[in-house]
Design a protein. Sequence first.
Length: 186
Amino acid sequence: MIRRKLNILLVEDNQNDIFLIKRQIHKILSEPVIEVTDNLEDCKDLLVNFAPDVVLSDYNLPNCTGLDILELVKDHDDTLEFIFITGTINDEELAANTILNGASGYILKKHMNNLGEKLEPLLKKVVINMVARGELRERIRNNKITVNQIYSYLDKINSDNAEQRENIKQIKEAIDSFNMGDGNAE
């Protein structure tokens, strides 16, 4: 059993699969924190506010594909581990494309009974990477959450005049220039 807290974002629309995947995760992790969504908008919000350590995603979703989710995740944080758990990838070329597009791996749902065995080495890799980056990763994650929340707040401010818009632009530029130094440390 992996004795480490892991934030897991599960992108899945099938309630039975969600139940089975969660059950398997609880068998291999002592402290999983799992958030579930089945769409891009909620996924984007969870990437910002939940800050997962790993994303597990189905390939076929109601309003998008797993590749759309993968692209969103990699645009947000290209170091974030992404694993497909899907029944769709029966085609070797499609499976290869998921890896080429940045997925860390994929597990077929037909192996759901053995999901824990197949998922455990991938999650151990996530933990090893987390430990290696340790405190730095946590500080960067907290900074990204804060910056994204500030951006969200600034975007919600109704900028009625040019002076307010210019002030908001300057704040964003200052945050970006400050973060460029932190982003390189990652």
